[in-house]
Design a protein around this ligand. Sequence first.
Ligand code: RB5
Length: 151
Amino acid sequence: MSIALASDHAGFELKKGIISFLLKKRIEHKDFGCRQGEEVDYVDYAEDAIKAILSGECDRAILVCGTGVGMAIVANKHKGIRATPCCDEYVAEMSRQHNDSNCLTLGGRVLPLDEALHIVSIWLETEFDGGRHQRRIDKIFKIEEKNFKSF
Ligand code: RB5
């Protein structure tokens, strides 16, 4: 599995911790910035990472801003993206089992590194349950077909 990563300045330190974790676990990843923690607009960085999923370059994304909210809003403007802001392990697990989340968003200003890494770990390991949840995802696809132009 290959993970696209991005953050703004508020998520920069947490993203660095996540990158170290992915390196240790030998999980393939690509960082789409920001590069130095300089003040930037989360919108631009979310979009670059999401494009990597839509093009097939990466399988999933982890996006970090101050709260995880702005990143989720931008990511969910893209067809086929199910971005889920996760603030604890239970939500992270459910976001995979029930929602087939392909984009985890986290808040660098609200989560300490150790908690964030537990969330990342569960989100990476948990499989989608399918079944009745696939039926619901299919309904989301239909809403996308109605409202989104193709990428
Ligand atoms: C940046 O100050 C902050 O607004 C941003 O990181 C994010 O939390 C937005 O949702």
